[in-house]
Design a protein around this ligand. Structure first.
Ligand code: URA
Length: 255
């Protein structure tokens, strides 16, 4: 299957899922309740081989929107999420946490979900783990405003526990829309939950880290350890730095 064929197939699957979801949500009869869920996973329709991905400089937003339009649509999405009650996390949050950074960034860091500091400030990665992430980003040669940072779930899980599968499922459409608007050339998945959300299946981060995979057959993802893990296991910083150097090389930045 060529990349063009795969793209077409994915668009077809996406349209089928959207139609099934729309019909189900609008109460249409004659639609199996799980029709949307039974449509093949988008990721499964794509070649897994990174070599089949278009080179980073040709990866762009699926729509032809200008950067200003995309930034505006991201603001609208953030505003929509403020009132979200799709899962139980809505009950415990102080506020939703959407993103920080540059909505036209070439690189996007995806974490797990807000902690106490992020819940209080309304911005991702502003606590201790975030400070370490900022140092890693600076070491890569980026300013804080060069990159885009967001999470798999937009509300703080109580006690900083991992998001439950139903919470991931409820929140993921927001992330998919967010990423299709930012259209980064590369995504860094910070930890197992981020990789799970992006790839659509549970991931052993110890095994997955350091190897490129594709998000929706389109955007190269480098899975690596979460900065909070590095605060507990500083020796693992060496591996993360190796992963980030791979990312820099792919983006043509000096190592
Ligand atoms: N950990 C995350 O995964 N995300 C944040 O925003 C903060 C800590």
């Amino acid at each position: 299957m060529t990349v063009a064929d795969a793209d077409e197939l994915v668009e077809l699957v996406r349209a089928t899922r959207a139609l099934a979801e729309h019909l189900r949500d609008s109460g249409a009869t004659g639609v199996a309740p799980d029709a949307a869920a039974r449509a093949p996973a988008l990721d499964a329709a794509r070649p897994r081989d990174l070599d089949a991905a278009p080179p980073p400089e040709t990866v762009g937003p699926s729509s032809r929107a200008t950067p200003e339009e995309r930034a505006q649509r991201l603001s609208l999405l953030a505003a929509e999420i403020v009132g979200c009650t799709r899962c139980a996390l809505a009950e415990g949050r102080t506020q939703t946490v959407f993103a920080r950074g540059n909505p036209a960034a070439e690189i996007c860091f995806v974490g797990e979900g807000p902690g106490a500091d992020e819940d209080a400030e309304g911005l991702p990665f502003v606590g201790k783990a975030g400070q370490l992430l900022d140092r890693m980003i600076a070491a890569m040669g980026y300013a804080a405003d060069d990159v885009y940072i967001c999470n798999i779930v937009k509300c703080r899980p109580p006690g900083n526990r991992k998001p439950e599968p139903d919470e991931l499922t409820a929140c993921l459409p927001y992330l998919h829309e967010q990423l299709s608007l930012v259209a980064p050339k590369v995504i860094v998945a910070l930890g197992a939950t981020a990789a799970h959300g992006l790839f659509g299946a549970p991931v052993s981060i110890t095994r997955a880290r350091g190897s490129w995979r594709l998000y929706r057959g389109r955007i190269p993802v480098m899975p690596t350890f979460h900065p909070a893990y590095l605060l507990r296991q500083p020796d693992a910083k060496r591996e993360v730095w190796r992963d980030l150097q791979e990312v820099m090389q792919r983006l043509g930045k000096p190592r």
